[in-house]
Design a binder for this molecule. Structure first.
Ligand code: ZN
Length: 148
């Protein structure tokens, strides 16, 4: 009887390994984006900034997991309503179909929002204001902090 919990653990392990859709898309979209050094307006640290997406990958992953589960129930329900005229089954099917659409829209919106709102962080102090080194302000900052 130990095979079922083992399988659930394996599934959870497998799902945890998966990246959120926006992480895959982000890697794909920004693959050729040149990484340039920037200067931090807070601590004047010059480095390639860390990229961070808004929101949490776990939330996005769970949203898409719900979509997948609802899709499976939807397909099963679709088969079931061909075989039965039992009313609760039909209601259940309609409910799954509706909530499936809601979660699909939510998940897509979350993925798109995460993709579009990305911030750059200073690797030293986590400051969000990282400016180009060759900008007037960047040059001034460099002079102030990096000159002997
Ligand atoms: Zn900094």
């Amino acid at each position: 009887m130990k095979s079922i919990p083992m399988n659930i653990h394996d599934i959870i392990k497998f799902v945890r390994q998966l990246k959120a859709p926006s992480e895959y898309l982000s890697a794909y979209l920004h693959e050729h984006e040149p990484a340039t050094e920037r200067i931090c307006a807070t601590c004047a640290h010059v480095a390639i900034p860390k990229r961070q997406m808004l929101g949490r990958a776990e939330i996005e992953r769970y949203l898409w997991a719900i979509v997948v589960v609802l899709a499976v129930i939807y397909v099963a329900g679709f088969v079931l309503i061909q075989l039965t005229t039992f009313h609760p089954v039909r209601w259940g099917f309609k409910l799954t179909s509706m909530s499936g659409k809601v979660f699909l829209v939510l998940s897509m919106a979350y993925t798109i929002i995460r993709l579009s709102i990305r911030t750059s962080h200073c690797p030293a102090c986590n400051g969000t204001e990282v400016i180009p080194v060759d900008s007037p302000r960047g040059r001034k900052l460099k002079e102030q902090h990096h000159s002997p």
